[in-house]
Design a binder for this molecule. Structure first.
Ligand SMILES: Cc1cc2nc3c(=O)[nH]c(=O)nc-3n(C[C@H](O)[C@H](O)[C@H](O)COP(=O)(O)OP(=O)(O)OC[C@H]3O[C@@H](n4cnc5c(N)ncnc54)[C@H](O)[C@@H]3O)c2cc1C
Length: 644
């Protein structure tokens, strides 16, 4: 099937305005007759729930944490992009659009990305109006810094806590609506299935994480804003609770899953220190504004560093290889993440890695401290430096940070059209849980922009079009589809609780993570992926035989919660491998060793792979079917990406 993304016709800059005009409206008095379910109250879902309630719809919002304030979005550090051109350095909506298409290695839709750049400017105004304390320059104007893949400064930030501040903004807007009775908030509630009637999404089934009660909820539309699935790799920079369950269960009810293999591996994370770890810590990309990335020029010097015979500051300038500055003089340390990550791996593969494990390169602030002074550096990045010190017991003001790539973000997700609708009518996906705008590699500071664009500025318009079409007739949970789906959920919960083997669910998760990282991580091959597929199938079969799930349903049971999520990861992992096998080209974060330029850069095959791969579920243990959405490039010329 060739999928229709419903991109409006016409000039790029007019598509969104014209589309908004053409969308059907629900009149203000009728809005209160519609119920909208929003699953997820991070930045995307929180923004959507607050905005839709403000418009007059009745919103039921769900999250599995004890408060929307604990969504993973709170972890976002570095900033949010917007084409305001406050720096007068040549930025524009078109440049942000262009940088994003190029950054995603020409695997995103032009129409969507242009809209994203267009509404980016409104997001900043909206957040400032909410009181988000963005950093300001001495004169009081909003400050900017640079992020990877661009040569302008367009990133708005609140120290290293941008996500937290933005989430407090969205949360206060949401709370206002809770107070007004327009949003009913269900915390500690996990969505476990979608209910469809005549092919339309009409509700969800949830489990109350305190009491274990399995309940049904109806709505005229269901919006998923449930975040990314990077934790399929076990170790990632994501919050421990981030998972794929909501999106995966929706997938099993018919929603296509797009580009699952596109994973972002972030170059500047604190390296893995051993098998005891359950998560990894990001050192924000903003640090590459002033930090310089290097590795020793020779294996000999690297060996001395690894054996701690010398310290980094004792390595002479001539013995250092500032490899990003050397290879990419135009962008230097601010090349996109996929490029920086691959180059760090190259250094390590070359025997020039540092730290006791040898799996690290340096991020050095000595020059910046010399140039700006320690206080100025601390004012910009202080909390990140503190975090690094607390985790490693090394002082980054004195010695360079050790960094290494780690799983960070998933560009894949539920397939959505221009209206953010999945292929299941009435089911929408927002934020990181959809595949939308980042192609094969997301640029830094663009996830917050996309999540908030989806929540504040896109769905409030596009949802009305669908609701006006179906009409406000109430949806009754007495419909047999609700009871049937509820029974399916209960059966699955019981199946998990019946697992009384010997291996913990966490062990399965870790084993899966090892397979994914080894064969579907930074470098992928036909042979490795084929092997991974077999390993995942065997691991999944073993899980359903030998896993141990303790406790009961009618209680707080983190083991049960985790078991459900890991079971879904064990299925998703195989689909990611299938997708990576199918895509016999390299693009962005998807690097097939068989497809690279002589300089070792990702080599695309536009003739055969300029499409979105959207997978269709066909039943347990059945091969999924690939549907394609052809990507047409009318405005940007496809070329080999270069940051030299
Ligand atoms: C360490 C770190 C730093 C980052 N820094 C930046 C940055 O500086 N700039 C940037 O642009 N991006 C950054 N990102 C990426 C960005 O933070 C995320 O992509 C973004 O916050 C995702 O927002 P979201 O609303 O889509 O999902 P989330 O914030 O993950 O929210 C998901 C919501 O869904 C709920 N949920 C999930 N499943 C269920 C279920 N089954 N039932 C009920 N509720 C459910 C959760 O409770 C939660 O409320 C960073 C990411 C990390 C890991």
């Amino acid at each position: 099937m060739n999928l229709d993304a419903k991109i409006p016709e016409g000039p790029l800059a007019e598509k969104w305005s014209k589309h908004k005009f053409n969308l059907k409206l629900v009149n203000p008095a009728n809005k209160r007759k519609y119920d909208v379910i929003v699953v997820g109250t991070g930045l995307a879902g929180g923004a959507a729930a607050a905005s839709l309630a403000e418009l007059g719809y009745n919103v039921k919002a769900f999250c599995f944490q004890d408060s929307p304030r604990r969504a993973h979005s709170i972890a976002a550090q570095g900033g949010i992009n917007a084409a305001k051109n406050y720096q007068n350095d040549g930025d524009s909506v078109y440049r942000l659009f262009y940088d994003t298409i190029k950054g995603g290695d020409y695997r995103a839709r032009e129409g969507n990305v242009y809209r994203l750049a267009e509404v980016s400017v409104n997001i900043i105004d909206q957040c400032v109006a909410q009181g988000v304390p963005f950093a300001r320059e001495y004169g009081g104007l909003l400050d900017n810094r640079s992020f990877g893949g661009s040569q302008v400064s367009r990133t708005f930030y609140a120290r290293g806590q941008t996500g937290q501040q933005l989430l407090l903004g969205a949360y206060s807007a949401l709370n206002r609506q809770i107070h007004l009775g327009k949003v009913k908030m269900y915390t500690r509630t996990e969505m476990l299935d979608v209910v469809t009637i005549d092919g339309h999404a009409k509700g969800i089934v949830t489990r109350n994480l305190i009491t274990g009660a399995i309940e049904t909820h109806s709505g005229h539309a269901v919006l998923l804003a449930t975040g990314g699935y990077g934790n399929v790799f076990y170790l990632s920079t994501n919050a421990i609770g981030s998972n794929v369950t909501a999106a995966w269960r929706a997938h099993k009810r018919g929603a296509f899953f797009a580009n699952p293999c596109y994973t972002q591996i972030h170059p500047t994370c604190i390296p893995v220190s051993g098998d005891h770890q359950s998560k990894l810590t990001l050192m924000s990309e903003s640090l590459r504004n002033d930090g310089r990335v290097w590795a020793p020029k020779t294996v000999e010097v690297a060996t001395k560093l690894r054996k701690k015979e010398i310290t980094a500051d004792q390595v002479k300038e001539d013995d250092r290889d500032y490899f990003l500055e050397r290879k990419y003089p135009s962008f230097g340390n601010l090349v996109p993440r996929d490029v920086a990550s691959r180059n760090a791996k190259e250094m390590v593969d070359d025997g020039r890695g540092v730290g006791t494990s040898g799996f690290a390169v340096f991020l050095d602030f000595a020059d910046a401290i010399h140039r700006l002074g320690k206080d100025a550096v601390a004012a910009k990045y202080g909390n990140l430096f503190d975090m690094y010190y607390q985790i490693t017991d090394e002082d980054p003001y004195k010695q360079p940070m050790r960094i290494y790539p780690a799983v960070h973000y998933t560009m894949g997700g539920l397939w959505v059209d221009y209206n953010l609708s999945t292929n299941v009518p009435g089911l929408y996906a927002l934020g990181e849980c959809n595949f939308s705008d980042h192609g094969a590699n997301r640029l830094g500071a663009s996830a917050l922009m996309q999540g908030l664009a989806d929540g504040y500025f896109v769905i409030p318009y596009t949802l009305g079009d669908y609701l006006a079409t179906i009409g406000p007739k109430p949806v009754d949970t007495k419909h047999p589809a609700f009871e049937q789906t509820k029974q399916d959920v209960i059966a699955r919960v019981n199946k998990l609780l019946a697992l009384k083997g010997t291996k913990t669910v966490n062990e399965y998760h870790r084993d899966l993570g090892h397979i994914m990282w080894e064969y579907c991580g930074m470098a992928r091959t036909e042979e490795g992926l084929t092997k991974a597929k077999g390993l995942i199938q065997a691991l999944r079969a073993d899980f359903w035989k030998n896993a141990k799930v303790v406790g009961e349903n009618e209680e707080v049971n983190p083991a049960l919660e985790k078991a459900g999520r890991v079971a879904d990861f064990l299925e998703l992992g195989e689909l990611m491998v299938d997708d990576a096998l199918m895509r016999k080209e390299s693009c962005g974060g998807h690097f097939r060793l068989e497809s690279q330029t002589p300089e070792g850069e990702a080599l695309r095959d536009d003739d055969n792979f300029a499409f979105v791969g959207a997978w269709e579920y066909k039943g347990d243990n059945q091969p999924e079917v690939l549907n394609k959405e052809t990507l047409d490039f009318e405005f940007v010329h496809l070329t080999q990406r270069s940051y030299k």
